[in-house]
Every structure is written in structure tokens, then in C-alpha cells.
Design a protein around this ligand. Structure first.
Ligand code: ZN
Length: 262
């Protein structure tokens, strides 16, 4: 398997999630020749206190597409609505169609536990889509249905925002990618989401997105012994591949902090 034949699918709830959570790793993979496609469940229609939903959705899709272009990644949006991402047949069909079209070897999505339900539901939809994408009898309902993929892809969960679940319990990433060489690219990708500066400040008291991103990267770096990192956990349930493809692809940049069973 060469980088030129590696397809990577990143499915996140909202525009800017991929940039916060795994864009450093995506940049490393892209620079080595992997094909990257980023999909968001929504266009971020609730991400403004002053603009109507249609207008902020258009702006945020443009921002996400611009950020993706910085690593020559594709971008698409499934046009679900913020706070209304549901695990149902219709939505799963859309996720399955997007995943099959990307034909991925490697998939990134949200942590199964995170600070908000949109993220957790996206994670569950992605898990099922990975599991079922090779099953020909699962029909997506799309007019131009993508073909089932050949095998279950390698699935990695990013860190939850803040590194904790909603009860304050720490979520321990088991793999870390050293992203120090790509930190400025990650910062530039995140900066494409200009519309979110004012909103995150008003809604979540986040004064500066770049500062928050660097703090997340430094925290993961401290846990793994490097300056800046992104943390992941691999889905190791039955039916999923157990070899660590991310480790194979990014070499020594992946550091295991815990070994299962210990
Ligand atoms: Zn989000």
C-alpha cells in the first residue's frame, strides 16, 4: 500500500471540528500523497447570533472548503441541522453514501463520548457506516448510489473537546501523532473559520480559537512527550481491522501511552 493509494475520510459534525481535532494529522497524510476528503454533517447553521441560518451556512461551507483546500482535500456537507443530528435510517443512508463514495482505508471521526450530542451521534453514525459499508444489501437510498467498499476501514476517534466527557472524566487517548511540523498549517486551516471567532467568544467564552487549538495540541503533546500532538483512539471492536494503519502511515510519530490489558 502506498500513500498514493490511501484514501482518508474525515467525518465530523460541524465545520471547524476537523480543523481543531485532526487537521495536523490530515496535513501530514496529505503531504505524503494520501487523498483526503472531509465531510461535515451540518453547515453550522446555528453558528451565529446575528446572521440568519441560510447565510451563516453558506459562509461556513465556504470556510470549510477553503480550509480543506489548504491540504488539497475535498469537502462536502450532508446539510443536516445543528443540534438536530439524529441516528435514523435517512441520516445513516447519507453518511453511508458519503463514506462509500470516499472509499476509505482510514477514517477519522469524533470520540464516542464528547461534550455535545451532535458529536456523539456523528461518531455512532460513522461507526455503523464503517461497519456496514461493504454490505451490498444496505441500500443508501441515493439516486446515484456509491458502490459498497471492499473491506471495513480503519477507524480512529479524535479526542473529545477538553479531553473529558460530560461528567468531567478524563478520556485517555492511546495514540498520539506528533504534529509540530504541521502546527502552523493547522492554525491556518482553523483561521479559515473566521465567522466563528465572534460566535465562540459569545457562546462558549473562547477568546481566541488559535489559542484554544494550541492549548489542545500542547496538552496532547505533554501526554506523549512532544511539543504538539493530536490524540486518537482506534476502534478495535469485532469486525474492524486491528492493525494500526495510522502508525504504519505516519511512522514514529505515533506513540502508544497505554497497552491494552495493562
Ligand atoms: Zn462541533
Amino acid at each position: 500500500m502506498t500513500y498514493q493509494t490511501i484514501n482518508v475520510f474525515a467525518l465530523f459534525a460541524h465545520p471547524d471540528d476537523a480543523e481543531f481535532l485532526c487537521s495536523g494529522t490530515l496535513a501530514i497524510l496529505a503531504d505524503r500523497g494520501a487523498r483526503i476528503h472531509i465531510t461535515t454533517m451540518t453547515a453550522g447553521d446555528c453558528g451565529s447570533t446575528i446572521l440568519p441560518a441560510a447565510k451563516i451556512s453558506r459562509i461556513r461551507r465556504e470556510e470549510a472548503a477553503r480550509a480543506a483546500k489548504m491540504i488539497e482535500a475535498g469537502y462536502s456537507c450532508l446539510m443536516e441541522k445543528d443540534l438536530n443530528i439524529f441516528y435514523d435510517r435517512r441520516t445513516l443512508g447519507k453518511v453511508m453514501q458519503a463514506l462509500r463514495a470516499a472509499n476509505p482505508d482510514l477514517v477519522f471521526t469524533h470520540s464516542p463520548v464528547d461534550y455535545m450530542v451532535d458529536h456523539e451521534t456523528t461518531s455512532r453514525l460513522c461507526q455503523t457506516a464503517c461497519f456496514g459499508a461493504m454490505a451490498p444489501n444496505f441500500q443508501t437510498g441515493s439516486r446515484k448510489a456509491a458502490r459498497p467498499i471492499r473491506s471495513v476501514p480503519h477507524l480512529y476517534y479524535t479526542e473529545p473537546f477538553g479531553g473529558r466527557d460530560i461528567l468531567g472524566e478524563e478520556i485517555h487517548s492511546t495514540l498520539f501523532v506528533d504534529i509540530a511540523p504541521k502546527l502552523s498549517r493547522k492554525e491556518q486551516m482553523l483561521a479559515c473559520h473566521e465567522s466563528q471567532r465572534a460566535f465562540l467568544s459569545a457562546q462558549q467564552g473562547i477568546a481566541d480559537m488559535g489559542t484554544m487549538m494550541r492549548a489542545m495540541a500542547e496538552r496532547a503533546g505533554k501526554l506523549s512527550g512532544c511539543a504538539s500532538a493530536e490524540g486518537f483512539r482506534q476502534h478495535l471492536g469485532q469486525g474492524f481491522p486491528h492493525d494500526n494503519l495510522l502508525n504504519t502511515l505516519v511512522g514514529t510519530r505515533v506513540r502508544a501511552t497505554r497497552i491494552s490489558g495493562q
